[in-house]
Design a protein around this ligand. Structure first.
Ligand code: FUB
Ligand code: ZN
Length: 695
């Protein structure tokens, strides 16, 4: 169902839920190619520049055990030594350093850096990554089969893919392979170089030959990510028929999509044991090792143990009604399902991904876009379980953002981009310090001690941060047929195809600090097409598509073309301007940017009687450094929220002020700052997104 309405005199659209199901391939959207977008934005350009230099090198340094002040000697291990040792021919030498999924983290860093290199060329950084690629290729070259997982090779070489007494949920062979594959694809796209892609293709071939319907082995990833990676590999080869000839390995694009589908379809199909919930993780893991993973004799030829709800492996996708388990795994699984649906048009994938996205966004997502409330197993809680001091791993925020991004490509519905934007400016952006070299793992909304760290024993979040931000520019614009979508507001130049014509778009804006957007539209030749501008949910009094959060935006939205105001049809969250465009046409959009209060659905018992504050796409918080007696403050929601000074030490972001009542029942002004900026002036001091009200 489409959602359609007219913006006149600033009357906001009412919320009507659309079902995304029923796509066909030609209804899907193509994002802008990374290399066709140049970011010129005052907010994003310096950040992307910093992440392409400081952060990219910082992450690689720290994986190499350098520049870490941490007292833990393990933090100084050089992860690359694992590849060196495998390349030397070491096997079962028990000299693997760090956790089994560190290969994957190196590959993820390469993927993120590849995207950043595509938009921010940097010879020194590329040379550094090239030398890591050499090391990976050298390690693979010591294996006739092309198998590579340094943990398995160095620690339990006879247990590949978790078989023969191994435990894939711990060993991460398939996950690491998946991250290698996406790194190979992204590095090729950024540099045109095929070395890593070749390594990745060999690994994909090995998995395709080994895993699948009978008589192959029934193996599925115990950590998602590989599903989308294989869809990307399929897409790359399918759309570049000449590429295979540059690869010294057989290439069969269809096999890669087929394996991704097998991994999705096989979820929930197993022998029913172990009973993860009943036995506890330790006993269940022991049972899998003792029973030898995929023991065919006992449970049938093509059965296997289950990885449990933690790894989205308790029931099949088509039966799943709620998003469950480890939040990073769950969101990346559905990211892969949405990616596969885009390529194969399978309706049951679209329906399931849509249903589970609705459950996530309508009942299990924080106002920052964070997900995964429960620290045990890092998992989703029940519907409406959203306590403000919850876990919320950065990687899970990234996963939810990728999921929303892929759902948007699948359907073109702005509700998905609304949630992508929410997590971009809040749940993910808070994952890094302003200096670009400290990170978060957990992201509670209210805390008395939360702080960014220099490095972590499980540093999965910095690579995921790089992946998300590296890919962000491709989401600013997308296209489908004779439509160009403007999804995000960020100063940029982009070239977008419309039929046989290219359209140059030049966007200037003060977003997210102000709501003015100017778009210059320059088609090569006069062309008729629809320019679709996303009108964010928060600007249409639709804070959340299912009422999980509520707020009101009172000012009108205004759109003009060449200086003349127009009334615009809004369909699926986009204001649609259809006309014959010519060089020099200018569109101006004014979004209503006032600070606003947000309340949660009454079913969210933990947030009953509380409010959060937001301004545009940014959720705000009160830090104790600006607010005495924070612990006892109640917000007076009858007083107005005011936009106040921009803060030079905090990105020049505007503060929001208002009136609170303190523990002595006195009126006290408060100051709020964007959530993503917390903890940049003092480390670990208290802050709150959700505060009680005086009423
Ligand atoms: O399993 C590998 C990584 O460890 C996950 O992505 C993180 O969430 C952490 O559980
Ligand atoms: Zn993480």
């Amino acid at each position: 169902m489409k959602k359609t309405g007219i913006i006149t005199l600033g009357i906001a659209m009412s919320a009507i839920c659309a079902n995304a199901a029923g796509n066909t391939k030609n209804q899907t959207l193509e994002p802008a190619a990374l290399t066709s977008v140049e970011i010129t934005d005052a907010f994003w350009a310096p950040k992307l520049q910093q992440w392409s230099t400081t952060t990219a090198n910082d992450v690689l340094d720290k994986f190499e055990g350098r520049h870490i002040k941490d007292n833990n000697p393990d933090a100084r291990n050089n992860t690359l030594d694992n590849f060196r040792n495998v390349a030397k021919g070491d096997r079962d030498t028990h000299n693997h350093v760090n956790l089994p999924w560190f290969d994957g983290l190196i590959y993820e860093s390469i993927r993120g850096i590849a995207d950043l290199l595509a938009t921010h060329p940097d010879n020194a950084l590329k040379t550094r990554v090239d030398s890591i690629v050499e090391l990976i290729a050298a390690a693979q070259a010591t294996e006739p089969t092309g198998f590579i997982n340094t943990y398995t090779q160095l620690m339990e070489n006879n247990h590949r893919w978790g078989e023969n007494g191994g435990l894939l949920r711990w060993m991460h062979d398939v996950y690491n392979a998946g991250m290698l594959i996406e790194a190979g694809v992204h590095y090729y796209k950024a540099t045109g170089e095929t070395k890593l892609l070749e390594v990745a293709t060999k690994m994909a071939n090995l998995m395709y030959d080994y895993m699948g319907p009978e008589p192959k082995r029934n193996l599925v990833p115990a950590h998602s990510g590989p599903e989308e990676a294989l869809v990307k590999l399929y897409r790359l080869y399918d759309s570049n028929p000449g590429l295979a000839s540059k690869i010294d390995a057989p290439v069969n694009a269809d096999n890669y999509l087929a394996l991704a589908e097998f991994w999705i379809d096989q979820r929930g199909h197993h022998c029913g044991l172990p009973n993860w919930g009943g036995w506890g993780n330790e006993n269940a893991e022991r049972w899998i090792r003792d029973n030898k993973y995929a023991d065919t004799g006992k449970y049938g030829n093509h059965s296997r143990p289950t990885f449990g709800p933690y790894a989205q492996d308790s029931i099949p996708l088509t039966e799943q009604q709620t998003i469950e388990g480890h939040a990073v795994r769950a969101t990346l699984y559905l990211t892969g399902v949405a990616a596969a649906a885009k390529e194969d048009g399978r309706k049951e994938y679209t329906e399931a991904a849509s249903r589970l996205w609705d459950n996530m966004v309508g009942r299990r997502m924080y106002v920052t876009g964070g997900v995964g409330a429960i620290s045990f197993d890092e998992k989703f809680g029940d519907d409406y379980f959203l306590p403000s001091d919850a876990y919320l791993e950065t990687c899970a925020a990234v996963g939810s953002g990728f999921f929303s991004g892929n759902m948007h490509q699948l359907t073109g519905d702005a509700k998905y981009m609304d949630e992508y934007e929410r997590v971009l400016y809040n749940g993910v952006l808070t994952g890094i310090s302003l200096a670009g070299d400290n990170y978060t793992y957990q992201n509670p909304l209210n805390s008395t001690s939360h702080a960014r760290w220099e490095w972590h024993g499980c540093p999965c979040c910095p690579p995921m941060f790089l992946k998300f931000m590296g890919a962000m520019p491709e989401n600013i614009y997308s296209h489908r047929g004779d439509e160009i979508y403007v999804n995000l507001y960020a100063g940029s130049n982009a070239m977008m195809p419309i039929g046989s014509t290219e359209v140059k778009l030049t966007q200037t804006t003060s977003y997210p600090f102000k709501g003015d957007v100017k778009l210059e539209v320059n088609p090569e030749k006069k062309s008729k097409f629809a320019l679709k501008l996303r009108i964010p949910g928060w600007a249409r009094s639709q804070e959340n598509p299912y009422g999980l959060y509520t707020s009101t935006a009172s000012s009108p939205i205004s759109i003009s073309v060449n200086g003349k105001k127009i009334d615009t049809t809004v369909t699926d969250g986009y204001a649609v301007i259809e006309r014959k465009w010519k060089k020099g046409d200018v569109v101006n959009l004014e979004l209503p940017m006032q600070p606003r209060f947000i309340t949660a659905h009454p079913e969210v018992k933990d947030l009953s009687g509380q409010v959060a504050i937001a301004y545009g796409p940014m959720v705000y918080c009160l830090e104790s450094i600006d607010n005495n007696d924070l612990d006892n403050l109640s917000i007076d929601t009858s007083s107005s929220l005011l936009l106040s000074v921009s803060m030079p030490k905090l990105d020049n972001a505007p503060a929001v002020s208002g009136i609170a009542v303190n523990g002595k029942r006195e009126s006290q002004p408060f100051r709020a700052i964007p959530y993503y900026l917390l903890g940049n002036r003092t480390k670990g001091s208290p802050y709150k997104v959700w505060l009680p009200t005086t009423r």
